[in-house]
Design a binder for this molecule. Structure first.
Ligand code: MN
Length: 207
């Protein structure tokens, strides 16, 4: 049976939008192989196992996340569905190519954060200082761009909040390359790997 990610499970692991070695040496091929091929794949496989023969089997990933968010009885399904979605989103937030925000996004960043440098500082600080596993996000909420932190698998998408960028700060995202020094990983991603074309497209969709 062909994968039906758009309309429902079984879900498949999406390919990376670049080669496994494309972000090296900033993020090594080894890290991407494990992070995408083992961690991300693990969430997708586990989700398929958990939703098989349940009411969730025919839902889209977004629907499963929204439906199970905050529901203790379906915590495992939420965690794996949210992680499957978060990772697919996260891969697209990175790019080996240099990019710039659209005029509209650049103007909104200047308005809401003061400057691009101020945004980067706030985003990097949120990612670096986040305690434990989770993500730093750039979201569009209540007509404003904001930096947000989430814990573990939690995702702003669960409540329908438009996401522009995500930075995965689980140790598996950087430990092989940067060991305990999360800050060095975060600084490199924020300065050199953010995909502003993707963020700009997300901003356009969000308004
Ligand atoms: Mn991850």
């Amino acid at each position: 049976m062909a994968p039906r990610d758009v309309t429902g499970g079984p879900f498949s692991l999406p390919s990376l939008p670049y080669d496994e070695g494309a972000l090296a040496p900033l993020i090594s091929e080894k890290t991407l192989k494990v992070h995408h091929g083992k961690h991300h794949k693990g969430y997708v496989d586990k989700l398929n196992e958990l939703v098989k023969d349940t009411a969730f089997a025919d839902m889209s990933l977004e629907e499963i996340v929204a439906e199970t968010c905050g529901d203790d009885d379906n915590k495992k399904i939420f965690n794996n569905a949210a992680q499957a979605w978060n990772h697919t989103f996260y891969w697209r937030c990175l790019s080996p190519k240099t990019s710039e925000p659209s005029k509209e996004l650049a103007a909104a960043i200047a308005k809401n954060f003061g400057s691009m440098a101020a945004f980067k500082k706030e985003f990097a600080a949120a990612a670096t200082e986040h305690f434990g596993s989770g993500y730093a996000w750039l979201i569009y909420e209540g007509g404003k761009l904001k930096v947000k932190e989430t814990v573990n698998a939690d995702t702003p998408m669960a409540s329908g909040t438009p996401c522009l960028l995500a930075l995965d700060v689980w140790e598996h995202a950087y430990y092989l390359d940067y060991k305990n020094v999360r800050k060095d990983h975060v600084d490199v991603v924020v300065e050199k790997l953010l995909n502003w074309d993707f963020a700009s497209a997300n901003f356009k969709k969000s308004r």
